[in-house]
Ligand binder design. Structure first.
Ligand SMILES: *Cc1c(COP(=O)(O)O)cnc(C)c1O
Length: 222
């Protein structure tokens, strides 16, 4: 596994407007440093504690993205440094992020996670849920968070037609919701696509891809 080569190979295939999140969950800091030395500055993790440990050890010009499901009681461990939280799926969670961001005098950018997969295991909101949240007075009172986009995860399947349909569904929700802009809601980022489907995702309108195994190799969860 040559991380530097993998990175440059992937980056050569990305249009310049597409941001690459290097998904480094389960990987040691030495692997992340290889990517860092090759110029990578955005890293994605799915466990808050693991991300906080890596943040402490690594250079401070890295942008840390939380891409996993967020437990409210752990938001406090990342509020000081996290750059983008991809998986926001409730107003309750957003209020906690706002509260913790305030303690550090920060504005934390977030994405609403939209449920696009058929699998019940995947989290997320519907377009209607988002409309309800952003129309509420509780949401408009949140001054330390800003929703800058949407995130989605397609079904885990070899059926690329299904994956394409799910990506197109998310892109259309993005276009619809983009018409609504408030002080803390302005959609610009569409986070969709992983190692197996990022090219398709870009063709469907993604401007942020989250790529792990194609950069760092397969993960070992033992
Ligand atoms: C692990 C993960 C990825 C990266 O998956 P790969 O298939 O290794 O590229 C992307 N997004 C989320 C939310 C993940 O949990």
């Amino acid at each position: 596994m040559n991380i530097k080569e993998n990175l440059s190979q992937i980056k050569s295939q990305l249009p310049e407007y597409v941001n690459l999140v290097a998904v480094s969950k389960t990987k040691p800091v030495s692997d992340l440093m290889e990517a860092y030395e090759a110029g990578q500055r955005i890293f994605g993790e799915n466990k808050i504690q693991e991300m906080a440990e890596k943040w402490e050890e690594m250079p401070k010009d890295i942008q840390w993205h939380m891409i996993g499901h967020v437990q409210r009681n752990k938001v406090k461990y990342m509020a000081e440094f996290v750059n983008l939280i991809h998986g926001v799926d409730s107003l309750k969670l957003l209020k906690e992020i706002d509260k913790q961001a305030k303690k550090h005098d920060r504005l934390i950018d977030c994405l609403f996670q939209i449920k696009i997969a058929e699998e019940d295991s995947k989290f997320g909101l519907s377009e209607e849920n988002v409309k309800t949240i952003i129309a509420s007075s509780e949401f408009s009172e949140l001054e330390n968070i800003k929703i800058i986009g949407l995130m989605g995860m397609a079904t885990f399947t070899d059926n690329m037609q299904q994956v394409e349909n799910e990506f197109k569904f998310l892109k259309s929700a993005f276009n619809n919701l983009k018409r609504h802009t408030t002080l803390n809601f302005k959609l610009e980022t569409l986070s969709m696509g992983m190692s197996g489907d990022y090219k398709l995702a870009i063709d469907c309108g993604s401007n942020m891809v989250r790529v792990g195994s194609s950069i760092f190799g397969s993960r070992n969860y033992n």
